[in-house]
Design a protein around this ligand. Structure first.
Ligand code: GTB
Length: 214
């Protein structure tokens, strides 16, 4: 079985873990699965060969034995279902871990992406000064709720799961705004995720792609 994923040839963050191939690499590392990476340029992403894999012309994609997947939630779920220890065996615990995966991409990630858009892509618009505080408040509301739920637990529901992998990955995107650090429970949770050896390997592999070549 050969697994191939796609990633940015040059990531805008210099390969510092923010592009979404990181979460797929992390899941593969947690599952102990070797994988190949095909690097794609922004131009190649919009060409027919890549669009055949990803209808929206994005990274990452996942190929395994004729199976082609896109959407990181679906990819991580597939990896977790078939390999490794990312989903509990108990039926109810498994359903709850999957619930956290959905919560990460469906409830927590949208306001964070809205914030990234407001800060970075719309930062120079005249209305951003008024809009930004509203967007930030929506993010803070979610963080308060998530922080209250996590409390002093290490992970969202018992042992580390694909739900935590997705949630930590989503929260990482918030760090550059400074808002993550306003919530020590969540900042510590993210740091706990980053400290996992599998995350470290994924991060280093992505960074290596983007390191300046001599
Ligand atoms: N919902 C999809 C998923 O989860 O798989 C979203 C995939 C997606 O947004 N992919 C982005 C992409 O291909 C890369 S991750 N963008 C190119 C395009 O749409 O043309 C988003 C991302 C990019 C860069 C940084 N960064 O450098 O900080 C962070 C996150």
């Amino acid at each position: 079985m050969t697994i191939t994923i796609t990633a940015f040839e040059r990531s805008p963050d210099g390969g510092r873990g923010l592009a979404r191939d990181t979460r797929v690499r992390w899941a593969l590392e947690e599952a102990g699965l070797p994988y190949d990476v095909r690097l794609v340029s922004f131009r190649a992403m919009k060409e027919p060969a890549h669009l055949a894999l990803h209808p929206f012309g994005q990274i990452p994609t996942y190929e395994e034995d004729g199976l082609v997947l896109f959407e990181t939630g679906a990819i991580v779920f597939h990896i977790a279902q078939h390999h490794g220890n990312l989903l509990p065996a108990d039926d109810h615990a498994r359903a709850r871990a999957v619930t956290w995966m959905f919560a990460a991409v469906n409830t927590v990630e949208p306001p964070i992406l809205e914030l990234v858009t407001a800060r970075i892509f719309e930062g120079d618009k005249p209305w951003t000064k008024e809009r930004l505080p509203l967007v930030e408040e929506r993010v803070r509301d979610r963080m308060k709720q998530l922080s209250a739920r996590l409390g002093d637990a290490d992970w969202l529901d018992g042992a580390f799961s694909a739900g935590d992998l997705m949630m930590v990955s989503v929260l990482l995107r918030l760090r550059p705004s400074g808002i993550l650090d306003e919530f020590p429970v969540l900042a510590t949770y993210v740091a706990r995720g980053e400290a996992r050896p599998a995350y470290q390997r994924a991060f280093e592999a992505q960074l290596a792609v983007n390191a300046p070549h001599p």
